[in-house]
Design a protein around this ligand. Structure first.
Ligand SMILES: *Cc1c(COP(=O)(O)O)cnc(C)c1O
Length: 342
């Protein structure tokens, strides 16, 4: 039986033997006392990498974004965010529920930016009727697309001019860095805070980091404790994150190459429409008739290939997917459309 190919997300990767060894051998201490040398090393490393004064290891990206929002905003404040942004749509309303911070979502443009004129129109006047608009959140990559660099400079100047803080949900920031071939700080330098997932394409089993100014991170550390993120001998997990940052960044180019192969292979099928050919980073989206997509999903599962099939199906490449796997996936999809039995 050939091995399983899981294209549902880049969160499904399993730690490699070398990463597990780094975890097993990690020096640890109680991180709530700030005694864990491996967590401290990860936080210093991440701060330096992201060009920030300080960084904080968090349990997840959701936790990193939540504590970023509630560190920037007070109760009754507002953040402006993309309608389909993770920090609005996919974090269970945490900023509103736990932070009493109101989201003001607006539609993303096709290039995954938020139009700054539309943002400006949503900033609330200084008036007792309104929440205080405090923060603008961007996402990079967003749906597999890297934000244009000139836009980042415009957004930063805009935020400064309007007295807003600027947060980057950089769950897949490194995919954008590798895709654009730029220095990390060419992107992060525009933001007041940045979250980065270690557990997506970078391949760690758990964890994210939040980075920003020293004072901001101290505030975030208090909120992290409140939301249950004060972990003890967390160096076991931080070691995986350090390993990921040290070994798994440049290889994201392989994932991007595999996604491009997948997108160009899929583009030859008339039964579906590839939404993003050529693929920019590690995601491919295709549209096809929903009942056909469901049948395709089942067919692929029979071939040991997992996808989340729907009206739009997203395929995500990652470090547990090889070039041969891409060929196997394209072959299987071809067989399905040719009417083969699973
Ligand atoms: C995955 C993801 C997060 C955080 O997710 P966790 O599963 O909580 O680590 C945040 N933003 C984006 C864009 C993501 O894809």
């Amino acid at each position: 039986m050939p091995s399983l190919i899981d294209l549902r997300s880049d969160t499904v990767t399993k730690p490699s033997p070398a990463m597990r060894r780094a975890m097993a051998e990690a020096e640890v201490g109680d991180d709530v006392y700030r005694d864990d040398p491996t967590v401290n090393r990860l936080e210093r490393h991440a701060a330096q990498l992201l060009g920030c004064e300080a960084a904080l290891f968090t349990a997840s990206g959701t936790q990193a974004n939540l504590i970023a929002i509630i560190s920037h905003c007070q109760r009754g404040d507002e953040y402006i965010v993309g309608q389909t942004a993770h920090t609005y749509r996919y974090e269970a309303g945490g900023a509103a529920v736990l932070g009493s911070v109101q989201p003001q979502p607006i539609e993303f443009e096709d290039d995954s930016t938020l139009d700054l004129d539309k943002v400006a129109a949503k900033i609330k006047p200084d008036d007792i009727h309104f929440a205080r608009t405090r923060l603008l959140c961007l996402e990079n990559t967003q749906n597999g697309k890297a934000l244009p660099l000139p836009y980042l400079a415009q957004a930063a100047a805009f935020a400064r001019g309007r007295g807003l803080k600027l947060h980057l949900d950089g769950a897949r920031l490194m995919n954008a860095v590798v895709k654009d071939g730029v220095a990390v700080t060419d992107i992060t330098g525009h933001f007041d805070s940045i979250s980065l997932c270690l557990s997506k394409g970078l391949g760690a089993p758990v964890g994210s980091v939040l980075a920003g100014r020293g004072e901001f991170i101290e505030e975030a550390r208090k909120w992290r404790k409140m939301v249950g993120g004060g972990m003890r001998q967390a160096g076991i997990l931080a070691a995986a994150g350090l390993f990921a940052l040290e070994h798994n960044v440049q290889r994201l180019a392989d994932d991007h190459r595999h996604a491009a192969m997948l997108a160009s292979g899929l583009a030859s099928f008339t039964e579906l429409t590839v939404e993003n050919h050529p693929a920019q980073t590690n995601m491919v989206f295709f549209r096809c008739d929903p009942s056909r997509a469901a049948a395709l999903g089942q067919f692929l599962a029979g071939r040991g290939i997992l996808v989340s099939a729907g009206a739009v199906t997203r395929l995500v490449t990652h470090l547990d997917v090889s070039g041969d796997d891409i060929a196997r996936v394209l072959q299987a999809i071809g067989d399905f459309f040719a009417g083969a039995a699973a």
